[in-house]
Design a protein. Structure first.
Length: 354
């Protein structure tokens, strides 16, 4: 494996959250549980020394991906900021794959520096033949250390592919190639130990730091299904600050859900996303009751290319900063890919792009 050959020796911090990459089988049940530290993960990565990178291991949590919370991510963000302030050139976060598509996007929305933050994990734990953790971790460290990854925000590196956090999705329950970017494809690939970036995002969407508040926003996710009678739809008095609706196709719901969604949109931001997971929600193509144009005219906010899970993360992040409906709508227009990036409500920190 060739060296990175940077202008100076690189320092990378690896923050361990647990997940399959850090799991071993228990004596009692044989089922895998998080047990390995970040330092133990790094100790068994072949070829790491050849990168000529100083790697610093930090244990944050030892949790399965499904148990990671917003509070855990607050701890990660704090550590990322501390390590970058201390002079590291990039950060790698190892965690369970169940929530990587959400955690990486949350980190991306709040990462206002140019240094790469790379999230990775594994689909096969270390006790299995063909465990993919070491290869993913090696590729993640190589990417985080490389100058070409600067200014790209938070990345997900998996199976030698480099994905933008805002696009990536987990698409298969068991395949090591589970992470894909249906809208736009990967940004690049790790080839012979070096990240090769073939295309770059045109802009960053950085949300300002949260305002001082005593209330933590709660955002719900409602998936519309065949024969949906709406009985499970939250009412206006629900303990929610916002709602994402995962609708049919390009943004459609049964006609009898239109009135309750309109009432909800009068009380809180309600975002209309497509449950398909790829392609954009539309705006003007269909005009029947419950179509995208009907719902948007009634106050729902268009998610565009953001899938429901990304839309929920964005809405919650925005609500920590602002309660202004116009600002939230403008942010979704840019993040959802249907408005000029210059209309993002806040300036991108210059340091994030250098």
């Amino acid at each position: 494996m060739p060296h990175i050959n940077p202008d100076r020796p690189r320092r990378i911090a690896v923050l361990g959250l647990g997940g399959t990459i850090a799991m071993t089988a228990t004596d009692d049940t044989g089922g895998a549980v998080p047990a390995l530290s970040a330092e133990q993960l790094l100790a068994v990565v072949p070829g790491l020394a050849a990168l000529d990178v100083t790697v610093e291991a930090v244990d944050v949590r030892r949790l399965p991906g499904a148990s990671v919370t917003f509070y855990d991510l607050d701890a990660v963000r704090t550590l990322v900021a501390e390590r970058l302030a201390d002079g590291v050139d990039g950060v790698v976060v190892t965690q369970g794959t169940d929530t990587i598509e959400e955690t990486s996007y949350l980190l991306d929305l709040t990462h206002d520096r140019p240094e790469p933050v790379v999230v990775t994990g594994a689909m096969r734990n270390p006790s299995l033949a063909g465990a993919d953790g070491p290869a993913n971790l090696l590729a993640a460290v190589a990417t985080a250390a490389h100058p070409h990854a600067r200014g790209l925000g938070v990345l997900v590196v998996f199976a030698d592919e480099v994905h933008a956090a805002r696009r990536v999705r987990k698409t298969h329950a068991t395949s090591p190639a589970t992470f894909q970017s249906p809208n736009g494809g990967p940004l690049g690939y790790v080839v012979e130990g070096q990240p090769r970036i073939l295309n770059r995002l045109g802009h960053r969407t950085v949300v300002p730091a949260p305002r001082a508040a005593t209330h933590t926003p709660r955002v719900g996710l409602y998936t519309v299904a065949l024969g949906d009678d709406g009985d499970l739809l939250p009412g206006p008095n629900a303990r929610l600050d916002g709602l994402v609706v995962a609708a049919f196709g390009a943004g459609h719901v049964p006609a009898h859900l239109v009135a309750p969604l309109e009432r909800l949109a009068a009380h809180m931001p309600v975002v209309l996303a497509s449950r398909t997971g790829a392609g954009p929600g539309l705006a003007t193509t269909y005009g029947f009751p419950g179509s995208e144009s009907d719902l948007l005219a009634r106050g729902l906010i268009r998610a565009g290319f953001l899938d429901p899970f990304k839309a929920r993360i964005l809405l919650r992040t925005l609500l920590t900063t602002t309660g202004d409906r116009d600002t939230i709508t403008a942010a979704f227009a840019v993040a959802g890919g249907y408005a000029d990036p210059v209309t993002w409500p806040w300036p991108t920190p210059p340091a994030a792009l250098t």
